[in-house]
Write a protein that binds this ligand. Structure first.
Ligand SMILES: [Zn+2]
Length: 201
């Protein structure tokens, strides 16, 4: 566990902490199963928590709602809009890994869920320089691709195919990318994550 800057352990937002038990009565048919983006006091994205957890933080005045949905839950005899994004009232220090882990989901998110070659929906990962030719499994050599392009390209290079990349594949950086290994990204989080809009297929 990390200590908060002000020394108060009570302001830790860590996702592994047990949620504070609190009676919540969700509106029927809607719920708190949704996820909420948790921002640091500096608006830096920290992690994704359950909306139930976010409501607990708001009610405890450890976080304030930045963006909320139209759904409402009743807790402690007050009606609370289900938060989409909350911000901690106190800054917490969080260590980040030096490099974003290379995962299929993270590559898809970086490339907007679309094939970099034809723009249709991505279903696979392609090594730009084929692995059989010494291509590495690294951020700068891996792109999202549709099965058709991947199959067509096979073990050939881009030059042999006469294909071009829209831009060189880059290594993602920044706190926002920590979130990618866990779940899909709510479009309403994007402005806080500093991520590009998803390119429509
Ligand atoms: Zn394609």
């Amino acid at each position: 566990m990390r200590r908060a800057v002000d020394g108060s352990p009570a302001s830790q937002p860590g996702p592994r902490r047990d949620p504070v038990p609190l009676p919540l009565t969700p509106v029927p048919g809607r719920g708190t199963a949704a996820a909420t983006l948790l921002l640091n006091a500096t608006y830096e994205p920290l992690c994704v928590v359950s909306s139930r957890r976010a409501i607990v933080l708001v009610l405890a005045q450890k976080a304030v709602s930045v963006d909320s949905s139209e759904d409402v839950v009743h807790a402690e005899s007050v009606a609370v809009p289900v938060p989409v994004v909350v911000r901690l009232t106190r800054y917490v220090r969080v260590p980040y890994p030096a490099q974003v882990p290379l995962s299929r989901r993270a590559v898809f998110t970086r490339d907007g869920q679309t094939c970099v070659y034809c723009g249709s929906s991505a279903t696979s990962i392609d090594h730009v320089v084929p692995r059989s030719r010494g291509g590495t499994h690294t951020w700068d050599n891996v792109v999202a691709a549709c099965r058709r392009c991947n199959h067509t390209k096979a073990d050939r290079s881009l030059a042999e195919m006469g294909w071009k990349l829209p831009h060189p594949p880059h290594t993602p950086s920044g706190a926002a990318w920590r979130l990618l290994g866990h779940r899909t990204v709510d479009p309403r989080w994007r402005e806080w994550l500093g991520m590009p809009e998803t390119v429509s297929a």
